[in-house]
Design a protein. Structure first.
Lengths: 844, 300
């Protein structure tokens, strides 16, 4: 298979290494045969094409909502960074790596069992007791808690780096909730789309089998019999890797839940779903172990499930990786790993670790302090705010501070030889440049051993000044191509019984449903506000000046509909004379409750909470909404408002696209019903609020007409109105169109009819009318029984009947919204600790 | 000595609790000198789950959950046990000297010593500090028998510190206790543990009960007893020895052991998570240690 492309030596612009090792060059300075095809292909694609492909990759990642949060940078979500040149590994070397990783996973599994079991390693003097006892990942409450089966360690992640001698070394292990497998999968998907023929012709090992094995192993862990209900437990949208949690949950077909979606009852774990509790059998954990149970672990954690550890202890739920497995992430263990391997296997590991010292050993401590400037300092327990540091990056003062810190708490620090990692061809600044790389690999317990993902997550620093490669420090990722020496064989796994996904979606966590409901409400609230604002701008910009009463009424309506009081209702002359700044604030001021920006931000946040429920088209439109809003901040200036349609239309159109996508591409499950219920309730409220502020007071004929026209314009009903009534604009006909016409999709009655349909579909016994159905029946009936002739009648300048009807309708709709909330969403009060403050120690 | 102990813990909430998950370290454990004859456990209201486990330190703990609305929780334990008084056999002035204890701690390869090294390290509520080492230093010298030095430290804490339940609560840091020289049994135990660890010796926290005797000529009041706490130190080859700095004594037949750990946080009598309950629940604890026989018969 090596006769792909005839490539003449020296044709590559990729420079041969000045020093150190390079993935693409062999020791003799020749391009390795298996790199030739890729480098040559890139060469023939040329600069512009590669740039364009990279742009395409960025766009796909953004549309997929692929983000990664960097905690120290306040600017919320970073897009996931994918460099378009993959790391290549040939099959011969991969075989060795794979064997080494399986062996290492086996060893860490034995280590984990020993730590929470016999502690033979301490007993036999293989590791000093302090190495274990001083580590904050050693969770004493987890002693004796076991998963069924031969493996306690289900997932094992390893950071591999190529040393100057050309051999791979392990820098560290990830054992509590190894992240990156989902990003690796996303990288692969994107590369496949961006370089389809290059990918196809390179014979790259597929990743899917790894995930199939993971899915199968999780099913096998089910302690309760029957078909396993498996969930992915995430800390939520503020976690750096939330995208991956949602992505993996979707890919594996599991539900994504947060701690508050789960509850321990009667000795089992349950998910709070729309129509009651659903038992959970297996948890794929992405929450750090100490945060998982405030009863026995970190008491002030809000991310866990009170009582979870006890359920695991009595064997009614399986958690992967098990609680307590973060103890294996202690880098100081690497110092003792050769001896540990000899104890368990009678030999050392095939892939050695990077040389490591533990400051808890007096000799090591002295060595580390004397050589700090050449070493990588690693806290033995990872926590936010305490990162590793490279001595060479530190000045004298900082080195001294580190020394003091280490001497004060020697047990808490390890140090490692600095290995830069091999250079690998990387696309940067329009060129193929060498950049140092680290590879994160993944193994999953499978059958009687482990299976390794053929590939992994490669990371490089584009900035050569940065010495530590980590996503938290802005490194970028690469796909990793393990090249097959022959076309890949198809392996099929024994099929597992999978619970058919409940089409109606009644198994959705209540939190998800609540967020969908609010997403619908916020979207509609923003849209209604924008429509009204646009109408008002149009009216204000007419050639003939608006009568004062009309202007005042329109502006007050803006304040009423958006609830941005006091606003125009204060009737300050200056405000009414120059209304634009206030109107712009109602659009753009994010901090202001009721503003368009505020509602859209809330809508985007709700969408982020239910990321796994939204298609990538929807994600794209949500991105567009965010972009249009950002754009408005620059375009929306007072003078731009002479053409308000042009300025506001793009955002309104994107909101319509969003509504259309929800309508056209979501299955009609509970999730969809709740989005629509949210939208309909909100629109009904907006209509009543607008009508009350614009049409309940009687004005003279001309003013009246202009307000009716505005109301019709807001609801896109002006043209149909004119078509239907060719006799000019009249209050009774206008009201009929906006309130009572069942064929107008923006009429009040239409919203209520839609709500009736949705309510009939909600999980319920349907034997009797629910409270919300009764309230709705009253609202609908009152509207249907109303008489336009009576409604338009005025007494002392007020349409009292109309106002009464609208106000009653408003009340009923608000009550429906409240009832829905009480009935379907979770109202558990936050947990509190019985005894507080017994764990003071938290910082170093 | 044979005792019957009633230990009742009651929480009264200002608002109903809808459900709760609790861990209770209120069951006495068997030790070299203590035998458990009978234990009765009552939890009210009715529990949804209740399981008894043995923890990492060998203590027995009770896990229970309640899943219906309640505004009061009561855990009531009645235990009968027998205790051997072996204080007569202990002579603190003949034993391993401090310097040798330190040497053995680093060089002994026996399992008990290796395990005891866990208790030389910082724990959630007790961190080593130079001030603690300074305070303790005068009791220790290389040649002095280690246990005699610990007794001296115990005595000094007893003399220098004032028992003052008003001063401290669960959350009072050790530094404050040392500064103001006030506290309760739990603080004094933590203080001694902090001193010993700061000097490089293993020490652990012991929780339990103490039989109190009424003033001469008076009837003993029911419920007048309390939960108690003291500490234990480890000397390689000699084992663990318990000291009670609140009462200036090594522990005897009147000290009844419930559980031990690195500090209070490992053996909190009743902890957990409640949903609802409002603010500031009221806690009522009553302990009654009743002597039912003066003799001790092993192997009955």
């Amino acid at each position: 298979m090596e006769t792909r492309v005839d490539t003449s030596q020296g044709a590559f612009s990729y420079p041969s290494p000045q020093q150190g090792v390079d993935e693409a060059y062999d020791a003799e300075g020749q391009i390795r045969p298996y790199w030739r095809y890729l480098l040559h292909s890139l060469e023939s694609l040329g600069h512009d094409t590669i740039e364009e492909r990279q742009k395409k990759a960025r766009r796909i990642l953004r549309d997929d909502g692929a983000t990664y949060k960097i905690y120290d940078e306040p600017d919320a979500n970073q897009s996931w960074q994918l460099n378009p040149i993959p790391l290549l590994i040939n099959s011969e070397e991969w075989n060795q790596i794979e064997t080494g990783l399986i062996e290492r996973a086996e060893l860490f599994n034995l280590l984990l069992q020993d730590i929470y079991g016999e502690r033979k390693l301490i007993r036999q003097g293989i590791i000093p007791p302090e190495l274990l006892f001083s580590h904050q990942g050693f969770l004493r409450p987890c002693h004796g808690v076991k998963l069924a089966g031969a493996h306690q360690l289900i997932l094992h992640g390893v950071d591999l780096v190529r040393a100057p001698d050309g051999q791979m070394r392990v820098m560290g292990d990830r054992t509590q909730a190894p992240s990156g497998a989902g990003y690796a999968l996303e990288n692969r998907t994107v590369m496949n789309r961006v370089f389809p023929s290059l990918f196809r012709d390179s014979h790259v090992h597929r990743l899917s089998l790894f995930f199939a094995r993971l899915r199968q192993r999780l099913h096998e862990l089910n302690p309760n019999g029957g078909i396993a209900h498996i969930v992915v437990l995430t800390p939520g949208i503020y976690n750096e890797a939330y995208f991956e949690h949602a992505y993996l949950a979707n890919y594996l077909g599991f539900q994504l839940v947060q701690g508050s979606d789960l509850s321990v009852r009667n000795g089992y774990v349950w998910m709070k779903a729309l129509d009651g509790l659903k038992r959970v059998d297996v948890i794929l954990r992405r929450v750090d172990d100490v945060y998982c149970d405030p009863v026995e672990l970190k008491g002030d954690s809000r991310l866990g499930v009170p009582g979870l550890l006890e359920v695991a202890r009595i064997g009614h739920v399986a958690i992967a990786n098990p609680l307590g497995s973060s103890v294996l992430e202690n880098p100081a263990l690497l110092r003792y790993l050769p001896a540990i391997a000899r104890t368990f296997f009678g030999r050392e590991l095939q892939i050695p670790s990077v040389k490591t010292w533990w400051c808890g050993n007096p000799d090591d401590l002295e060595y580390v302090c004397a050589n700090l400037k050449d070493l990588l300092i690693k806290p033995t327990y990872r926590r936010p705010g305490l990162y590793e540091a490279y001595g060479a990056d530190l000045d004298e003062t900082k080195l001294l501070a580190w020394q003091n810190r280490i001497r004060k708490n020697p047990y808490q620090f390890a140090a490692q030889e600095y290995v830069a990692g091999a250079q690998t061809p990387t696309w940067h600044q329009g060129k193929i440049l060498p950049r140092a790389s680290v590879l994160r690999t993944f193994a999953v317990a499978s059958e009687s051993s482990y299976a390794v993902m053929p590939g992994g997550l490669t990371r490089v620093n584009l900035d050569t000044g940065k010495k530590i490669i980590s996503n938290q420090r802005g490194s970028v990722s690469k796909d990793t191509w393990v090249l097959a020496s022959e076309p890949e064989k198809q392996i099929s796994l024994r099929p597992v019984d999978v619970q058919p996904i409940n089409e109606s979606g009644s198994a959705l966590p209540s939190r998800v449903v609540e967020n969908l409901f609010w997403m619908g409400r916020y979207a509609e609230r923003a849209e209604s506000a924008l429509r009204l604002l646009r109408t008002v701008f149009i009216q204000l910009n007419r050639t003939e000046k608006l009568p004062d009463t009309v202007q005042r009424t329109l502006l007050s309506a803006v304040t009423h509909v958006t609830s941005t009081y006091p606003g125009f209702t204060s009737l300050q002359p200056a405000l009414l004379k120059n209304p634009e700044p206030e109107m712009i604030s109602i659009i753009l001021d994010q901090q202001r409750m009721g503003s368009v920006a505020n509602n859209l931000t809330a809508m985007i946040n709700s969408a982020e909470q239910v990321k796994e429920q939204l298609s990538s088209d929807t994600q794209r439109v949500i991105n567009d909404i965010g972009d249009e809003l950002e754009l408005l901040k620059t375009t929306l200036e007072p003078n731009a408002l002479s053409a308000p349609e042009e300025t506001l239309a793009p955002l309104i159109t994107t909101l319509l696209a969003f509504a259309g996508l929800i309508h056209e591409s979501m299955t009609r499950g509970n999730g969809w019903h709740f989005i629509e219920i949210g939208r309909r309730l909100e629109r009904a409220l907006q209509i009543t609020s607008m009508l009350r502020s614009m049409l309940t007071a009687r004005l003279d004929e001309v003013d009246q007409e202009s307000l009716i026209e505005s109301s019709l314009l807001c609801g896109e009903a002006l043209i149909p109105y004119r078509r239907r009534y060719q006799n000019g604009i009249r209050i009774d006909q206008g009201l009929e169109m906006i309130m009572l016409n069942p064929r107008n999709p923006r009429s009040l009655i239409y919203q209520l009819i839609q709500l009736e349909h949705h309510f009939a579909e909600l999980p319920d016994d349907h034997e009797t009318f629910s409270t919300e159905q009764k309230l709705l029946l009253e609202a609908t009936t009152a509207l249907r029984l109303s008489n336009i002739k009576t409604l338009v009648k005025t007494t002392s300048g007020i349409r009292a009947e109309l106002d009464q009807l609208l106000s009653r309708t408003q009340y009923l709709i608000s009550s429906i919204a409240k009832t829905i909330g009480q009935r379907y969403f979770d109202h558990t009060e936050g947990p509190q600790l019985l005894v507080k403050n017994t764990h003071w120690q938290d910082q170093l | 000595m044979k005792y019957r102990i009633h230990h009742k813990t009651r929480y009264q909430y200002t608002l109903p609790v809808s459900h709760c998950y609790n861990l209770a370290y209120v069951l006495p454990r068997a030790t070299e000198r203590q035998r458990i004859d009978d234990i009765k456990i009552e939890v009210s209201p009715k529990v949804s789950t209740r399981v008894q486990h043995t923890d990492y330190f060998g203590n027995h703990f009770l896990q229970f959950s309640i899943e219906k609305d309640h505004s009061e929780l009561e855990v009531s334990i009645t235990s009968e046990l027998s205790i051997k008084d072996n204080t007569g056999n202990i002579n603190l002035d003949f034993g391993t000297p401090c310097a040798y204890v330190k040497y053995l701690l680093q060089n002994s390869k026996d399992w008990e010593t290796l395990c005891a090294r866990e208790f030389m390290l910082d724990s959630p509520m007790v961190q080593q500090h130079p001030d603690l080492a300074d305070y303790a230093a005068s009791s220790f010298s290389d040649d002095r028998p280690f246990l005699s030095a610990v007794m001296d430290l115990t005595q000094r804490i007893y003399k220098d510190f004032t028992y003052d339940p008003q001063f401290s609560d669960v959350a009072t840091p050790l530094a404050d206790v040392l500064k103001h020289k006030r506290g309760v049994c739990q603080d004094f135990a933590h203080l001694a543990i902090g001193c010993l660890r700061s000097l490089g010796y293993p020490a652990r926290y012991v929780s339990g009960y103490l039989e109190t005797l009424p003033p001469p000529g008076q009837e003993k009041l029911v419920g007048a007893d309390a939960t108690h706490a003291w500490f234990a130190v480890y000397s390689p080859g000699e084992g663990w020895y318990e000291f009670d700095p609140t009462n200036n004594t090594i522990t005897g037949a009147q000290h009844i052991t419930t559980a031990w750990g690195r500090d209070y946080s490992d053996v909190t009598p009743l902890k957990g998570v409640i949903f609802g309950g409002g603010h500031l629940p009221q806690l009522l604890v009553s302990v009654d240690v009743q002597r039912i026989a003066d003799n001790y018969i092993f192997g009955l």
